[in-house]
Design a protein around this ligand. Sequence first.
Ligand code: C2E
Ligand code: CA
Ligand code: CA
Ligand code: CA
Length: 277
Amino acid sequence: AKSDGRNGIAFFESEMQAQVERRLTLERDLAAAMAANELQMHVQAQVDRNARVIGGELLMRWPQADGGMVPPNVFIPVAEESGLIVELGAWALRQACEAVLRLQAAGLAMPLSVNVSPTQFRQHDFVEQVQRVLADTGAPARLLVLEVTEGLLIDKMDDTIARMHQLTEMGLRFSIDDFGTGYSSMAYLKKMPLYELKIDRSFVMDTPEDASSKALVQSILAMAGHLGLRVVAEGVETQAQADFLIAHDCSSMQGYLYARPVPLPALIQRLQGGTAV
Ligand code: C2E
Ligand code: CA
Ligand code: CA
Ligand code: CA
């Protein structure tokens, strides 16, 4: 009501104030957690049409003292805005290299994907950072897949593409994450050195029941096939979804139907012991 106007504004302002404070606290706690080496990387298996594990995606975890976890959907955007993502991303890359080596040492060499945020990718020395971590760890570049989003394309597309070529020449591979959710034009698909597309969970979720989701997923799969790109479907939760994806030649699946994100030793144990995670 009109008479509530002033109170409404006061409430709005104090609510905004509280939000800003929550954000600053989160930012400070995240920086502290990073410095105290409290962040972890989990890995979620990716499987082929026969449910064999053929790779995995590294996903960051921030455990809390009370046993809970702050979800990455909450802290990654904060890290993006505060610039902390640069440090976090460098750490993630190193973790990925070490995970690749640990799998290799266990006789389970397979490619691992790591998420690279646009801010991280745009660091002037990103290529050198990657070079350095590969040299430091001795991890083979060909087992690293960098997941980038269409958000990278918003500006300086030519620089982005040039940089992707440099990294590709070093042996790394690129995957477009959350494909179809971010950008209005697909022209970039023919300019970029890509290895893979990841179909976003929001499309996979409603297959095979929803006709338009089905049509979208089928079109992405057909297009990727014509372009010679691999496709990973993310968020596969039901056998019906898997059956539909497999019937349309999806290269690989990632989702709770097959495996949840787990610490690397748990994945290694599963692969060596044949037990389900
Ligand atoms: P994403 O890259 O799209 O990762 C897939 C998300 O879907 C993960 O959420 C994963 O746990 C979840 N997921 C996988 N299978 C299923 C399923 O069957 N059902 C459902 N409901 N969810 C499933 P998570 O781990 O919470 O990560 C959320 C987002 O945070 C990621 O989305 C990614 O954008 C970001 N993120 C995570 N780790 C990193 C990182 O190291 N660096 C950067 N820059 N971003 C990260
Ligand atoms: Ca991803
Ligand atoms: Ca994704
Ligand atoms: Ca997604």
